[in-house]
Write a protein that binds this ligand. Sequence first.
Ligand code: MN
Length: 285
Amino acid sequence: MRLCRYDDDRLGLVRDDTVLDVTGALEAIPTARWPLPQGDPLIAHLDAVRERVEALAADAAARPLAGVTLKAPVANPSKIIGAPVNYQKHLDEAQADREINVGREIKTIDHYGLFLKANSSLVGPGEGVALRFPDRRNDHECELAAIIGKPGSEIPRDRAFDHIAGYAIGLDMTVRGSEDRSFRKSVDSYSVLGPWFVTADEISDPDDLDFTFWVNGEVRQQSNTRHLIFDVAGLVEYASKFYTLLPGDVIMTGTPEGVSPVAPGDVMVAKIETVGRMEVTVRAA
Ligand code: MN
């Protein structure tokens, strides 16, 4: 099932090039009072929501996908987790590029651990990326994003997939420079999630997905998740050693080689096999 959030926070069921309005399924989410439970309420109640979506789909109003504004399919993650240097060829290019490594030796993910991106940086593809620092280098990083479903701490890798609700495409937009990753990657609109949320039952092997990323029609990144250094289960295991993972938490799994700067007016397109394709415009902040 492909679920999207669109326009004025409506819930959509995506089928081919059509969005079915199944906003009524949000009634399956219990009303919460302060203090709000951590984690995304839709993902936390996904089974009940899916049941309602299926019941509503037959009579739902249909809209062409091209005519809606897609927002991040997870509205309220408790955290967005990033995986630094999780593809060997990205390590190689970072090591060779002074603008990326700013004079530091680049090591792999097991040296750095993980990092967090501010939740306030999260947008959907229809909202676009607003470049905050046009005088600095702002790069795209196209990544597979895994969305946590069942909460857990210290999750062993052989149980990791029990904790994943689905997948999306993530763009881990980055200002290059010497500051901490969490600072440079948390600018407003520098975390793009979309185009929708694909439930895990539709992805037979997240560690074998082809993906391609274009800027203005030119291929910039092309890889397969089989080249991940820490694979999806490994990232769930690693992250949950340190953080309790909660429903809706987003793990951006890392970017392959081919990162490059973008400028206002650029149109980015990302496509991941079986997950989908999304278009994101870059503008000045
Ligand atoms: Mn990244």
